[in-house]
Design a protein around this ligand. Structure first.
Ligand code: 5GP
Length: 202
């Protein structure tokens, strides 16, 4: 029997630097699958369809909710974000590890449905760094930055709901830490059942 893949939930507020961390984690673990979210927010400069996100209309998003196509969904600062269910379930069943990158509400919904998932919160090293990272982005208005700052602080308040908190101070160390968590999960006894079975029933 094939061992199932592991699900990793990664959250981190806007300004935590989690996108950069994740890009590096994927370079180090190329076999990991990334779940592309479906969202209704307008595309930002530099974003592409099917990069991190699939961009859809609110109507299409609501249709996906009605058809039970989303593992979780949330309205974040006025826009809808959701994780398509099929991709995650199919890959886990095929034995692949999957990373879903969601906000704290999405993480809570997934944990309730899949309690075996491992959740990791990427945290900025300080309030000052968080604020300067959000302002430096330059693609959002001052009002949008303020909204995102408040949303980020609200998320950090809920970091203790996660299995692991990784403070993103130095990128290299943060990536090492996230990769270490992923590798440790891969060493669990549960992951070696077919390996042990093969030795015994050779
Ligand atoms: P942004 O608009 O800055 O790309 O993302 C805003 C927030 O939405 C971030 O906290 C991000 O992690 C979260 N997010 C991205 N994809 C999903 C998703 O599929 N579901 C949920 N619940 N949140 C998501």
């Amino acid at each position: 029997m094939l061992n199932k893949g592991s699900l990793f939930i990664i959250s981190g507020p806007s300004g935590s630097g989690k996108d950069t961390v994740l890009a590096e984690v994927f370079k180090r673990c190329p076999e990991l699958k990334f779940s592309i979210s479906t969202i209704t927010r307008p595309m930002r400069e530099g974003e592409t369809e099917n990069g991190k996100y699939r961009f859809v209309s609110v109507e299409k998003f609501k249709e996906m909710i009605e058809n039970d196509m989303l593992l979780e969904h949330n309205n974040f600062v006025g826009n809808y974000y959701g994780t398509p269910k099929q991709y995650v379930v199919d890959n886990l069943n095929s034995g692949f590890d999957v990373i879903v990158e969601v906000d704290v509400n999405g993480a809570k919904q997934i944990r309730e449905k899949m309690p075996e998932a491992t959740s990791i919160f990427i945290c900025p090293p300080s309030f000052e760094v968080l604020k300067s990272r959000l302002s430096a982005r330059g693609t959002d208005s001052a009002e949008a930055v303020e909204k995102r700052l408040n949303a980020s602080l609200g998320e950090i308040k809920r970091a203790t709901e996660y299995d692991y908190i990784v403070v993103n101070d130095k990128l290299e160390n943060t990536v090492d830490d996230v990769v270490a968590i992923i590798k440790t999960v891969g060493l669990k006894t549960q992951k070696h059942l077919d390996f042990i079975d093969k030795i015994i029933n050779r």
